[in-house]
Design a protein around this ligand. Structure first.
Ligand code: SF4
Length: 473
């Protein structure tokens, strides 16, 4: 098999990260190894996202930079996939004339034969299927799982919700769920090669399997949790309108389900929520959060907010700030609204100026930073099980008795907070930790975006933990 190099640039959400993994696995069968060097690449693929204007600009600016490389290396194959490719189709060739392939979100299975065809015939190809055609021909025959300890697995694609600012239902198609047996098989394959944590992906996991009458999402969670080697299960995303008591209860009953939920609220104003077509009110959202905290007091809640949606007044924005103060999210992903082609809100009146959007975003981020710091600060002194991911950036092989110079690891709490920690022992004992291992860490410092602590394992840990809070993973 010829060894060639693939440079894969992934832009956007976890769904795209998952798709990129599938792309890399399929192309490995053709002899393509991934490289981080653009200059060495024989094939460059940009996997795009169209949810925000900025992500789309980023993709085109990357493709624009390839002109020089293509001139230098005429055999180089260049391709665009993902949502921008699905949405724009062959129009992209007009903008980027040296591009070889435009493939849609459902053409990943065919990618090896498309690349082979371009390689042999030096032709240009567009492969965009209609978004409502069947998905998931992911039998994974002959695809070797890699030894990652954490990965995403898509359980459904597309969306039926039609939020007025969003193009997902148009570019990713209507909601379709994978059969639970396929999902379990895929995770089992990964588990045999070291998978410890899985994140189940869907635009709205609450409606998993409903159309196809497969099984409830909580039942799927329960089946996944029976895979012995797995330590943790996460999922994203859950739509507030469909978030129900069964799923709330799963946080208490399913021991492998991590204590974190990402529940996008988007706005705290009923007027704006209605224009967004979100199909819930502020009161309903607050009620679900209250039930969730009642059932699982330790749960971390994160959310998405769009600032400057068309027609958002100062009062509407104040209501969003009020909601944030009331709920005290653990973290927020906040974005300035941008018009997307084909999204109904692009035609809405009452556009908010860019400066106002910028100002509102800053106010919101400042508020959230205070709340996040306070929440993180409250964890100082507690001991938390961390799933070790690897060395942190500050890793050094210096003096292990000096925290700042000790070998530093990084990992996450069940509540999805990043923890950098050092192993307080002799150098040999650092070898005891390996990626995918649960390590008890005593939290010593809190920052805005991470925590910092000391690993306390074995007997020493038991003594250190006396009288302190310890959370289950
Ligand atoms: S729920 Fe709304 S925002 Fe989320 S993917 Fe569907 S249409 Fe888009």
């Amino acid at each position: 098999m010829v060894n060639k190099y693939l440079y894969l640039n992934t832009i956007g959400c976890q769904m795209n990260v998952y798709d990129s993994e599938q792309i890399a696995m399929r192309l490995a069968a053709l002899g393509y190894q991934q490289t981080s060097s653009l200059e060495n690449a024989d094939l460059v693929i940009v996997n795009t996202c169209t949810i925000r204007a900025k992500a789309e600009q980023k993709a085109f600016s990357f493709l624009g930079r390839l002109a020089r490389l293509k001139k230098k290396k005429p055999g180089l194959i260049t391709a665009i996939g993902g949502c921008v490719a699905q949405q724009e189709g062959e129009k992209i060739f007009k903008r980027i004339p040296y591009l070889d392939l435009v493939f849609g979100t459902q053409a990943i299975d065919r990618l090896p034969s498309l690349i082979q065809m371009i390689d042999q015939k030096r032709c240009r190809i567009v492969d965009i299927e209609q978004a409502d055609k069947p998905l998931f021909q992911e039998a994974d025959d002959g695809i070797a799982a890699t030894d990652q300890m954490s990965r995403f697995v898509t359980i459904m694609r597309g969306c039926d919700n039609f939020c007025s600012y969003c193009v997902v239902p148009y570019v990713r198609g209507r909601e379709t769920s994978r059969h639970p047996d396929d999902i379990i098989n895929e995770i089992q394959q990964y588990a045999q090669t070291g998978l410890k944590e899985v994140t189940l992906l869907g635009q709205n996991v609450n409606s998993y399997g409903k159309k196809e009458r497969l099984c409830a999402f909580t039942e799927l969670l329960s089946r996944v949790s029976q895979i012995e080697q797995l330590l943790r299960i996460r999922f994203t995303t859950s739509h507030p309108k469909d978030f129900d008591q069964d799923l709330i209860n799963a946080f208490r009953t399913n021991e492998k389900l991590c204590k974190h939920i990402h529940l996008p609220v988007q706005s705290g104003s009923n007027r704006v929520l209605k224009r967004m077509n979100r199909k819930y009110t502020k009161a309903l959202y607050l009620d679900k959060v209250a039930k969730l905290r009642d059932t699982c007091p330790d749960i971390a809640i994160t959310s998405d907010i769009i600032v400057g949606f068309p027609g958002e007044s100062t009062t509407d924005f104040d209501e969003t700030l009020e909601l944030i103060r009331t709920i005290e999210f653990d973290g927020l992903f906040a974005f300035k609204y941008s018009d997307r082609p084909n999204a109904p809100s692009a035609d809405y009146d009452g556009k908010v100026s860019d400066q106002q959007k910028k100002d509102r975003l800053q106010i919101l981020l400042d508020l959230q930073e205070t709340l996040t710091r306070r929440k993180n600060q409250a964890l100082v002194g507690t001991c938390l099980p961390i799933l070790a991911e690897g060395f942190s950036k500050r890793q050094s092989s210096g003096n292990l008795n000096q925290p700042d110079q000790a070998v530093q690891w990084t990992g996450r709490t069940s509540t999805n907070k990043i923890v950098n920690f050092y192993h307080d022992g002799n150098p040999a004992s650092c070898n005891d930790i390996c990626p995918g291992q649960l390590v008890n860490v005593k939290i010593e410092k809190a920052y805005s975006h991470s925590l910092w602590g000391k690993a306390v394992e074995g007997k020493a840990a038991a003594e250190e933990l006396k009288g302190e809070r310890s959370y289950a993973a």
